[in-house]
Design a protein around this ligand. Structure first.
Ligand code: HEC
Length: 142
């Protein structure tokens, strides 16, 4: 009887290891990136977008729940971080009067980190932004 419990345990344990190998590998990477990104966020972004990503009415857009933040257009996101934003554009049905400051001094790693933080904090969940993706995007940004 003990033998069958043991077999059952093996089956349960091995299925836990076999399932979703991608998540198991990328989880520590994104955690480390988000931890670094949080520090950048608190230093450079929080003043306008708030600690909880809620922004400020008619001034600064929320990042929590924002379609661009969670979306797949990573080039657009990298451009916003590097260049800032001064044009008055519609964001998820609203307009915001403030301008966003540019961050030309952030490295590719720092940009990936802050994007991983805002894309996976509060209610947001999105794919990892890699350093290679930021590097490639930067070459397309004038
Ligand atoms: C001085 C205030 C300010 C700071 C600091 C700031 N932002 Fe912004 N951000 C804005 C404003 C205002 C907009 C919208 C600009 C517009 O409508 O032209 C914006 C737009 C954005 C957008 C686009 C949102 C969307 O849904 O399309 C992202 C992403 C973003 N900011 C991320 C960041 C990150 C990350 C940082 C820190 C590196 C940061 N912002 C720092 C004010 C700021």
């Amino acid at each position: 009887m003990k033998y069958f419990y043991f077999l059952g345990l093996i089956v349960v344990l091995s299925s836990a290891f076999v399932s979703s190998p991608v998540t198991n590998q990328s989880q520590p990477i994104i955690k480390a990136s988000m931890d670094r990104g949080k520090i950048i966020y608190l230093q450079r972004c929080m003043a306008c977008h708030q600690v909880d990503g809620s922004g400020g009415p008619r001034l600064n857009p929320p990042l929590d729940g924002a379609s661009t933040v969670k979306g797949n257009d990573k080039l657009k996101l990298v451009r916003i971080i590097i260049k800032g934003m001064t044009e008055r554009v519609e964001i998820d049905g609203e307009y915001y009067d403030n301008n966003m400051s540019a961050n030309p001094d952030l490295t590719d790693t720092q940009i990936a980190d802050v994007l991983n933080y805002i894309r996976n904090s509060w209610g947001n969940k999105a794919s990892i932004v890699t350093i290679a993706e930021v590097k490639a995007a930067r070459t397309k940004i004038k």
